[in-house]
Design a protein around this ligand. Structure first.
Ligand SMILES: N[C@@H](CCC(=O)N[C@@H](CS)C(=O)NCC(=O)O)C(=O)O
Length: 224
């Protein structure tokens, strides 16, 4: 049977997207899937669907911090957010970062995975800014991009081509029914199936006929 295309729509503002991203990056080497990373803009989804970040509700925000701590440990993803950081996250815009990742996706797609991870590490592990060009450059360097390339990509983020591409990807996620992130779309049996949340990947596996081995599956060792 052919490989199942699995698309992950995500924004680096979203800690649950980071969890979903790492789990799918692990499973792409185990399940019969082709993982397509789709950088999108959560702010645009929230605005267009009339949804709101769940953490704006104080009790939900309080719970989310505890949930996040437990999930980070269980999923082995180094998210490290305090109540103060959560306020900062809710007040930050990741539009520039998502445009930068989009520009990379358009020109150097092999860097999308390490670059997205480095944005999350800086933003949700070290709780440092990712909106200023100098900080975007620091992240890009960590992901292995040269300073010349980073400079060109920074120039690209204000072009209509990049802005439109990010808008189109965000709209595509919503066409599949997304109202938040991570939004995972599995193209199976000739139909797209939307899953919302990092906690629905086990369910995704059951739909596409793949076995869930927990959030940190061990990768089979290559045959000698
Ligand atoms: N239960 C989901 C929660 C995901 C979640 O809360 N995502 C946030 C962004 S970090 C969102 O977009 N929420 C929209 C909503 O809950 O309606 C998970 O474990 O991943």
């Amino acid at each position: 049977m052919g490989r199942t295309l699995v698309e992950l729509f995500y924004d680096v503002v979203s800690p649950y997207s980071w969890l979903g991203f790492e789990v799918l990056c692990r499973y792409q080497h185990i399940w019969n899937i082709d993982l397509r990373l789709r950088p999108a803009f959560l702010g645009g989804v929230m605005q267009a669907t009339g949804n709101k970040p769940p953490a704006l509700l104080p009790k939900r925000g309080e719970y989310m911090l505890k949930d996040m701590k437990r999930m980070a440990k269980y999923y082995q993803v180094p998210i490290n957010i305090s109540a103060l950081d959560l306020q900062h996250i809710l007040g930050s815009s990741t539009l520039g970062a998502m445009r930068f990742i989009t520009a990379v996706d358009m020109t150097q797609p092999q860097y999308v995975e390490p670059l997205s991870r480095e944005f999350w590490i800086r933003f949700l592990s070290q709780c440092e800014d990712i909106s200023q060009p100098e900080n975007i450059s620091t992240v890009a360097k960590k992901a292995g991009l040269s300073s010349e390339l980073t400079q060109k990509l920074l120039e690209m983020i204000s072009t209509p081509a990049v802005k439109n591409r990010l808008r189109e990807t965000t709209e595509e996620a919503m066409k599949y029914g997304a109202f938040g992130m991570p939004a995972v779309v599995a193209h199976y049996n000739g139909e797209p199936h939307l899953f919302f949340g990092s906690d629905r990947i086990e369910l995704l596996g059951s739909i596409i006929g793949e076995k869930w081995l927990g959030p940190v599956p061990s990768v089979p060792s290559p045959k000698m």
